[in-house]
Ligand binder design. Structure first.
Ligand SMILES: C[S@@+](CC[C@H](N)C(=O)[O-])C[C@H]1O[C@@H](n2cnc3c(N)ncnc32)[C@H](O)[C@@H]1O
Length: 158
């Protein structure tokens, strides 16, 4: 989606660990795209070598790491974001098989991000509105909520 923006990013860094996914990316031309850098391996092994601070947008979606790892990612965010207008998001599928757990993870992640100086705004997306089975496939098994909560975070300025 970043690559399909009307102005694609001047620099787009992707960290991907799985060999099959990397192979697929090789076959589909990701390694040849202008401005795209692919770092093979885990984000935990690459993050310190990134030229930081420097990103306008940071997105993480490391299915299926646990919340402990996501929390570690939150803690380095202030170093990754260029400035107060830079934006952060993550795929919020935390506890998404149960409404109570989903609420708890929403609150907990917001608090942990506040601890590192990142304010989150949530938007709700009605994912039941899309009734095309092919869009979801097996992923329905780990995301059962009607509303996806989309987080957008920015560094607090005051
Ligand atoms: C749900 S997919 C991401 C999809 C991506 N957001 C997109 O829209 O195309 C999760 C990916 O994270 C990768 N991954 C999981 N743990 C990782 C880690 N520690 N470091 C880097 N990549 C990881 C998996 O191999 C998988 O390809």
């Amino acid at each position: 989606m970043f690559q399909h923006l009307s102005v694609s990013p001047s620099e787009h860094v992707i960290i991907e660990a799985h060999p099959d996914v990397l192979q697929h990316m090789r076959e589909t031309g990701w390694y040849d795209k202008k401005g795209v850098t692919i770092l093979e391996g885990k984000w935990q092994d690459h993050i310190e070598a990134l030229h930081i601070p420097g990103f306008d947008v940071v997105y993480t979606d490391t299915f299926s790491e646990d919340y402990v790892e996501l929390h570690k990612f939150f803690e380095i965010l202030p170093e990754l974001l260029e400035g107060p207008d830079s934006r952060f998001s993550f795929f919020h599928g935390l506890g998404a098989t149960n409404a109570l757990f989903y609420d708890v993870y929403t609150q907990v992640s917001e608090m942990h991000l506040a601890d590192v100086g990142v304010n989150i705004e949530w938007s709700e997306v009605d994912v039941f509105a899309d009734t095309t089975p092919a869009t979801w496939g097996k992923t329905r098994e780990y995301f059962a909520m009607r509303h996806y909560r989309l987080p957008i975070g920015k560094m607090r300025t005051v």
